[in-house]
Ligand binder design. Structure first.
Ligand code: F6P
Length: 556
């Protein structure tokens, strides 16, 4: 059943009217207003816990009426029924005619979850069992390289979802890794990426994990072939048959894997109902399991499953992913805020913003509805960010005083995994200070009084006042967890996955395909031929022809 155009829905129109009434209410005013009983503060009213995470959304331009309108929108867009449809394996990825079941990858054995006659829960757990056996063998030293040495380095070769997920999770769980097993990630077709890693590793003690859902992605295939050649050239005395001790594959494409020369016994499968950007829970997580051990990988899955249960069962009003999604809709579609900044106040979450870029922008960077009409509202904002406190000394200037307003998601842990005195308190102080400063700002009368108290002459005060004034009223969420454990990390990722899903339902786009990346791939493959083949191609525009000509000269 196609959804009606978003702008024509009663709840969206009610939100437009409500927006006109509340858009000028500042966050300072909202904090000064009495909370709705029984809450004793705005913080209590607009915060909740789920699956080990705490969300404070009090510093948003919303009233309880705003939230009620947003929940009505979610109901009108059938979030509750669509949520059940996704978990039950309905083929909601309609352009590829696929189910969307990454939640099944982290669920305990489900008695009956059949998809086209396949008992998928049994399949998932059979693969998990293989991952456990393999990771245990490798980490215990039972799996040896071709000349009997234990593996010391693992190189994950993949791109997009086959890289960003495992790379981000391995970094986030750094304290759970062993000092004698080093993880490396190669994604870029730029040979510098692979070369830099190959210079650090010994072929006798290195395992390559070739991670590609399709096993056709050009960048990954080129890197995999180069790694294979490097191994055969540099592993003294190694034969082709020794590759099986040093190359394993993670893929849905058994033919592609075996054609490459990797034994099917060394392939860890997954399925087409797992989207690339939702695949870290599948065998794409093999590098994570190798890095932190299978028990911690299981904890990671369990944390995500806890968030799934919350998302699936909590009423919309107390549902963390739904709330996060609706706040995003409020800012994108009513305030017209065009980007969202992710600010993890945890060094080990350094790759989380790039991970979310793919998750959100590849999922909801769409312009047509499920039935092919132009979307009649703006969709996914630009997602960007970096770790605090580093971002504060780079782009936070724009967040505080720029002409665009960018909502921020602050993410922090209450405790640290290190024992360096003072650092964690300093980190959290900065995190909380930034959200407070964005919310309150520093108004002209406050700045003026401060400068007067310092005895500044009036003309200097007048000159500096506009520069030193902060408008404030800039919204943010704060997500806290006790510590960056595998379970909390799993819950955090699942939180954003479900946020993306809910926003996709509101906008009525397919969050699970990515046709937009195809055109560039096809053109790149054509141009690659033209860079080396005679005669000089002329079929492009003059800019592209000119660039190709320059590269042909350089490469010849
Ligand atoms: O960039 C497009 C994309 O298809 C992503 O969705 C995917 O994660 C990535 O390429 C890698 O694909 P594969 O795992 O098939 O190599």
């Amino acid at each position: 059943m196609p959804q009606p155009a978003l702008n024509t829905t009663a709840s969206f129109q009610a939100l437009h009217a409500h927006y006109a009434a509340v858009k000028d209410l500042s966050l300072r005013e909202l904090f000064a207003a009495p909370p709705s009983p029984p809450a004793s503060s705005r913080f209590e009213q607009f915060s909740l816990k789920a699956a080990g995470l705490f969300l404070d959304y009090a510093k948003n331009n919303v009233t309880s009426e705003t939230m009620a309108h947003l929940f009505a929108l979610a109901r009108e867009r059938k979030v509750e029924t669509q949520r059940q449809a996704m978990f039950a394996g309905a083929k909601i990825n309609t352009t590829e005619h696929r189910a969307v079941l990454h939640t099944a990858l982290r669920a305990p054995r489900l008695p009956a979850l059949d998809l086209d006659g396949q008992h998928i829960s049994a399949d998932v757990h059979a693969v998990l069992q293989r991952i456990q056996t393999f990771t245990t063998a490798l980490r215990s030293g039972a799996w040896l390289g071709y000349n009997g040495k234990p593996i010391t380095d693992i190189v994950n070769i993949g791109i997009g979802g086959s890289d960003l997920g495992p790379k981000m999770v391995c970094q986030a769980l750094r304290p759970y890794q062993r000092a004698d097993l080093h993880l490396h990630f190669v994604s870029n077709v730029d040979g510098d990426d692979l070369d830099a890693v190959l210079q650090q590793v010994d072929p006798q003690t290195t395992l390559f994990v070739i991670a590609s859902k399709t096993f056709t992605t050009a960048e990954t295939m080129m890197n995999a072939h180069s790694a294979r050649n490097w191994f055969l050239q540099n592993a003294t005395g190694a034969q082709e048959s020794d590759l099986r001790k040093h190359f394993v594959a993670v893929s849905t494409n058994v033919e592609g894997v075996t054609a490459f020369g990797i034994d099917a016994a060394n392939m860890f499968p997954f399925w087409d109902w797992v989207g690339g950007r939702y695949s870290v829970w599948s065998s794409i997580g093999l590098s994570v399991a190798l890095a932190v051990g299978f028990d911690q990988f299981s904890e990671f899955l369990a944390g995500a499953h806890a968030m799934d249960q919350h998302f699936q069962s909590a009423p919309l009003e107390q549902n963390m992913p739904v709330i996060l999604a609706l706040l995003g809709i409020w800012y994108r579609n009513f305030f017209d805020y065009r980007s969202v900044s992710i600010a993890p106040y945890h060094q080990d979450l350094g790759n989380f913003p790039s991970y979310l870029q793919q998750l959100e922008m590849e999922s909801n960077g769409k312009r047509v509805t499920l039935d092919g009409r132009a979307v009649d509202a703006a969709t996914c904002p630009v997602i960007w960010g970096n770790v605090g406190t580093n971002g504060q000394h780079a782009y936070f200037q724009l967040l505080h005083q720029g002409t665009d307003i960018t909502p921020v998601d602050f993410i922090a842990t209450l405790t640290a995994s290190h024992h360096l005195p003072g650092h964690q308190a300093a980190l959290l102080a900065n995190c909380f200070a930034q959200s407070e400063a964005l919310m309150r700002g520093k108004h002209a009368d406050e700045v003026q009084a401060e400068m007067q108290a310092k005895g500044m002459p009036p003309e200097q005060i007048a000159a500096l006042l506009p520069h030193r004034t902060f408008p404030g009223n800039r919204p943010s969420n704060t997500i806290l967890m006790e510590a960056l454990t595998p379970a909390n990390l799993g819950a955090l990722i699942a939180l954003y996955e479900h946020k993306v899903f809910v926003q996709g339902l509101i906008w009525d786009v397919n969050s699970f395909d990515q046709w937009g990346v195809e055109l560039g791939k096809v053109l790149a493959s054509n141009i690659l031929n033209e860079l080396t083949a005679a005669p000089v191609p002329q079929g492009h525009d003059s800019s592209t022809n000119g660039l190709i000509a320059m590269a042909r000269t350089a490469l010849s």
